[in-house]
Design a protein around this ligand. Structure first.
Ligand SMILES: *Cc1c(COP(=O)(O)O)cnc(C)c1O
Length: 385
């Protein structure tokens, strides 16, 4: 459900968790990256529902501030995005085109990433009959060994007459270790990419050279090439782990308290009785658990913010409920049920911090966010400064 956030006044009465997505912050993050890459173009990766934050609202907001190229993972995502954005923006499917889906791409003006000789040949066969042009993106493997033609395959292909007929708009590769600037693979991949780019430029001079994801942008200008493809950084994930986060936080998540409890005798807390609490401790149970993306790894590790205090998560996270020790909050300051929310993601409890509590990365925190939250978008009014 989309709802405009009431920014001032008025007590909101909600019953479920509230996920707030700040589109202003996403726009400012994109503008900051766009400035950082200078003459290169800045695209936006909005796959997986914009990392769980809402593909169409996020992409519309970015289109409003000047983004003209969007990357998704699947054909279905691309079609939904085309419907949401209209004709103008360029849309690329990173997951390529599986046999039979070629006409859907051509009909919607969507470009597949072609990462094998087989996929290129199939795209050419399927689209020669089409009366619309069939632009595409060619992707090479430069050392990640996931998707992409080998450079030897590229060299053979570009020497064939068929290559002249392929309408290539981007020449792409992807970095495996961009979040570790000292990793030697970053330079090795760059060298491989330059070799591939020289082959590509000779036959497809119009193709934009595209290499860097979010962290790749921070490796330095050599990695920028002509088109960068940030995803995570737009959504506030730190692209420079171990250093201060240059991006603005984007999400906050509050879960409603559905029960308070003051212990009068020692008690085991939660499934498997992994925690014990003592008389005098106060607990608050919130509606929200691992089915909502509070992964079970947070058990006895997570934290919340409640009435201005950091409050520890106690015991196991269950599917729909999570327990916090709110003893720190003076009893007379406990908000009544119905107005009480514990924040589990905010400026202080950042996506990266929560990821460390979950033994994972910010990407997975965002894409795990459940579908049961009421989603509130801080909408883009005028252009952000
Ligand atoms: C997901 C993805 C990106 C975006 O990566 P981030 O690290 O989120 O910026 C860029 N390029 C490719 C090929 C991807 O799969």
């Amino acid at each position: 459900m989309r709802k405009l956030l009431a920014l001032a006044g008025g007590v909101m009465s909600h019953h479920d968790g509230i996920l707030t997505i700040n589109l202003h912050a996403i726009a400012r993050n994109w503008l900051a990256l766009n400035r950082k890459v200078g003459d290169a173009q800045c695209a936006a990766v909005v796959k997986a529902n914009a990392y769980g934050l809402g593909m169409v609202p996020v992409a519309r907001c970015l289109a409003q501030v000047g983004c003209t190229t969007f990357f998704v993972a699947t054909v279905d995502e691309a079609i939904e995005l085309r419907e949401g954005l209209g004709e103008a923006p360029d849309i690329v499917v990173l997951g390529g085109v599986r046999p039979g889906r070629e006409p859907a791409l051509v009909a919607n003006g969507i470009w597949p990433s072609l990462f094998s000789v087989e996929a290129i040949a199939r795209w050419q066969r399927a689209t020669t009959a089409a009366d619309r042009s069939a632009p595409c993106v060619v992707k090479v493997n430069t050392g990640m060994t996931r998707l992409g033609l080998e450079l030897s395959e590229l060299a053979t292909y570009v020497a064939s007459p068929l290559a002249q007929q392929l309408d290539v708009r981007h020449f792409m590769s992807h970095l495996a270790c961009a979040d570790e600037p000292a990793h030697p693979l970053n330079h090795e991949q760059l060298a491989q990419y330059q070799t591939g780019a020289a082959l590509a430029a000779a036959v497809w001079p119009q193709a934009l050279l595209s290499f860097a994801n979010s962290s790749g942008i921070f490796l330095g200008p050599q990695w920028h090439q002509q088109l960068v493809r940030p995803g995570a950084a737009l959504y506030g994930v730190n692209p420079t782990p171990g250093q201060p986060n240059p991006m603005e936080p984007v999400v906050s998540l509050r879960l409603p308290v559905i029960q308070y409890r003051r212990l009068t005798s020692p008690a085991a807390v939660g499934y498997s009785a992994t925690a014990t609490c003592q008389p005098g401790q106060r607990l608050a149970v919130v509606l929200g658990g691992y089915a909502d993306g509070l992964q079970r790894q947070l058990s006895s590790r997570g934290e919340g913010v409640f009435a201005g205090c950091r409050v520890p998560l106690v015991g196991r996270v269950s599917m729909d409920a999570t327990i916090f020790d709110v003893s720190e909050v003076p009893e007379q300051e406990l908000p009544p049920i119905g107005e009480a929310y514990i924040e589990v993601l905010n400026r202080e409890l950042t996506v990266n911090l929560v990821a460390s509590h979950m033994n994972t990365i910010g990407y997975e925190v965002l894409t795990s966010l459940g579908s049961r939250y009421q989603r509130e978008y801080v909408e883009l009014g005028g252009l952000p400064s």
